[in-house]
Design a binder for this molecule. Structure first.
Ligand SMILES: [Zn+2]
Length: 365
C-alpha cells in the first residue's frame, strides 16, 4: 500500500512548488505622473496693451509675476512627487525581495515536511504490508487457507459494496468522478523461461487501460509485469474455468497463485487483505481449458487468469477484469462482456459501468 504514500507525496510536492510570491509584481509602475506640465503655466492675458494704457501694463506685470511664482511652485511639487515615487519604488522592491525569499522558505519547508511524511507513511505501510504478507502465507496453505481466502474476499467485497452504495447510485445517474484501479500481471516460468513474452501481454495491458479510461472514467494503473520463479502446479498452468477450477483454488493452484501474488506484489499486500483498492492480478496461464481465453470467479479471487497468445483478442484482460468487478456475460456482440470479446471498440452499458466503478478494486484514493 506504500505506493499511495508516493502518490500523495507527489501531489503535495506539486502544491508546495506552486507556493510563490504573487504580490509587489508591479513595482515598476510606481511613478510620479503629476505636475508634468509646469512649463505650460504662463500668463497669456494682457498681451495687447497700448503704450499709453498704464493699468493694462501693470496688470500684465502682475500676471507674469504670478505665473512665474505658480511655475516655481509647480516645479517644487514635481520634485517632491518624483522623490516620493522613487522612495515608494525602492520600498516596493525591498518588499518584493522579502516576499520572494519568504515564499522560497515556505516552499522548502513544505517539501521537507512532505519528505518526512513520506518516510513515515512508507514505514507504516511497510509494516502493514509485512503483517498482511504473513497473513497471506497462512492463506496460501491448501484447503484451510483457501477456504478462509474465499470467505475473506467475498466478505470484504460485500462490505465495500455496502459502503459504496451512494457512489454506485451516483455512477448510475451519471456522476462519474475520476476513480482509480490497480492491476498487475504475473507470468510463471517453466524451466526458467517465462511462458509468454512481455510483448504479447502489453497488448492486453494497453487495451484494458484505454478501455476503462474512456468508458468508465477509471484511471487503470498498471503495476508492471512480474516474472515469478515459484514453480506452477499443472492446474496453475492449464486452468479449468469450471467447478473443478473453483475448487482447485482451495488446493495447489490456489496456493501457488496466493504465494506468487504475495511475493510479486508485496506492496499491495495490505490492500489485498482489507479488499479496498486491492490490485487485480492478471495471471498468465498456458491454457484456459474448454476453448476459453481467460477466466474469473468474480469476487472469489483477487486474480483473473488469461492466456496471452498473439492470436487472442486484445480485450481478454479487460473482459476478465470486468468479471472481477461483478460483470456477467451478455449477448450483445459489441459488449465487452460478450463471451466472445469484441475485437475492437467494445462497449459497456450504464449499469455495467456503475457496477465496475462500485467494485472494491475501484477507489478514489
Ligand atoms: Zn467471460
Amino acid at each position: 500500500m506504500g505506493r499511495v504514500c508516493r502518490e500523495t507525496y507527489d501531489q503535495v510536492v506539486g502544491n508546495c512548488n506552486s507556493i510563490g510570491c504573487t504580490n509587489f509584481t508591479n513595482c515598476d509602475d510606481i511613478q510620479c505622473n503629476s505636475f508634468t506640465n509646469c512649463d505650460d503655466i504662463q500668463c497669456n492675458s494682457f498681451t495687447g496693451c497700448s503704450w499709453w494704457n498704464v493699468p493694462c501694463k501693470v496688470a500684465r506685470g502682475i500676471c507674469l509675476a504670478a505665473a512665474a511664482i505658480a511655475r516655481g511652485a509647480c516645479w517644487i511639487a514635481r520634485g517632491v512627487c518624483v522623490a516620493a515615487a522613487a522612495i515608494a519604488l525602492a520600498a516596493c522592491w525591498v518588499a518584493r525581495a522579502a516576499c520572494v525569499a519568504a515564499a522560497a522558505v515556505a516552499r522548502a519547508a513544505c517539501i521537507a515536511a512532505a519528505a518526512v511524511a513520506l518516510v513515515i507513511c512508507r514505514i507504516a505501510n511497510f509494516l502493514l504490508d509485512a503483517v498482511a504478507f504473513l497473513v497471506e502465507l497462512i492463506l496460501s496453505i491448501p484447503i484451510i487457507g483457501g477456504i478462509i481466502r474465499t470467505i475473506l474476499n467475498w466478505v470484504t467485497e460485500v462490505i465495500w459494496r455496502v459502503v459504496g452504495l451512494v457512489d454506485f447510485v451516483g455512477s448510475l445517474i451519471g456522476i462519474r468522478l475520476r476513480k482509480k484501479m490497480y492491476f498487475g500481471v504475473i507470468v510463471p516460468s517453466v524451466d526458467s523461461v517465462p511462458i509468454v513474452p512481455d510483448a504479447d501481454i502489453q497488448r492486453q495491458v494497453d487495451a484494458a487501460i484505454a478501455f476503462y479510461d474512456s468508458s468508465c472514467n477509471i484511471n487503470l494503473i498498471f503495476s508492471g509485469i512480474c516474472h515469478t520463479d515459484i514453480p506452477p502446479p499443472d492446474a496453475g498452468l492449464n486452468f479449468a474455468c469450471d467447478a473443478g477450477g473453483f475448487f482447485n483454488d482451495w488446493w495447489l493452484a490456489g496456493s501457488y497463485f496466493e504465494l506468487a501474488a504475495a511475493t510479486c506484489k508485496f506492496e499491495d499486500s495490505f490492500r489485498r487483505i482489507i479488499g479496498l483498492g486491492a490490485e487485480i492480478i492478471v495471471f498468465i496461464v498456458q491454457d484456459v481449458t474448454g476453448g476459453k481465453n481467460g477466466c474469473s470467479f468474480a469476487s472469489t479471487h483477487n486474480y483473473v487468469v488469461i492466456e496471452a497468445k498473439p492470436t487472442d483478442q486484445a480485450f481478454v484482460a479487460a473482459h476478465e477484469m470486468g468479471h472481477a468487478c461483478w460483470l456477467s456475460h451478455v449477448s450483445d456482440p459489441a459488449n465487452l462482456m460478450n463471451p466472445s470479446t469484441p475485437a475492437a471498440g467494445p462497449i459497456l452499458t450504464n449499469v455495467q459501468i456503475a457496477l465496475v466503478r462500485w467494485s472494491k478494486h475501484c477507489v478514489y484514493f
